[in-house]
Design a protein around this ligand. Sequence first.
Ligand SMILES: [Zn+2]
Length: 215
Amino acid sequence: MLLLPLYAATPVRAQAAGNVAAVQLQKLLNGNRRYVADRVRRHNQRPNGGPQYPFAAVLSCSDARVPPEILFDQGVNDLFVVRVAGNTADDPAAAHPTVTDSVQLQSLAYAAQVLGVKLIVVLGHDQCGAVKGALEKCGQSAIGPMFQNVCPALHGIGAAGSNNKLKEAVAANVRSQVALLKSTPPFAEMVKRNQLRIVGAVTDIDTGRVSLVIP
Ligand SMILES: [Zn+2]
């Protein structure tokens, strides 16, 4: 009986971390609502020289139309952002047979383990050129890691064509990257222990609205 509080401490902490992630996600979605409605606050736009303490990490596409800090109306020191064309975290096994890690994964692991971030958002967007290119090139040889990283997500999507096909592929790529992170150390264990939440979202280029694909 005396040991009960010790055992109870872990789930309580995990629940607290889960609550923190929920609040942080809502903070991002509220910021995006302000951005879409053209009522941005643009807080903390100046450097302050203090330590780094972002409240969320974002794996975003490099596309110039989707800067996460602006989409979510956040300021300096709010978001830890990893941006690569196609918002992928992995190095493709086909291109780099011996690589099981990547600079994207290491960067996000730093955010989660060292900076204590409790929320990672994988953020895709419609009209994504990297995903469109992958739809056209997957299956061809030497297409390079930017397209190759997207290819595993596109099985069953079919060839490029309508805008709906591309939307479907963008969402599939986000889901694939969320699944990759959730099954990769150190994220897998942190998610299992409820110390980290990983969600997937897509930005509508026309409106700037961010919609959750995987909440
Ligand atoms: Zn893109």
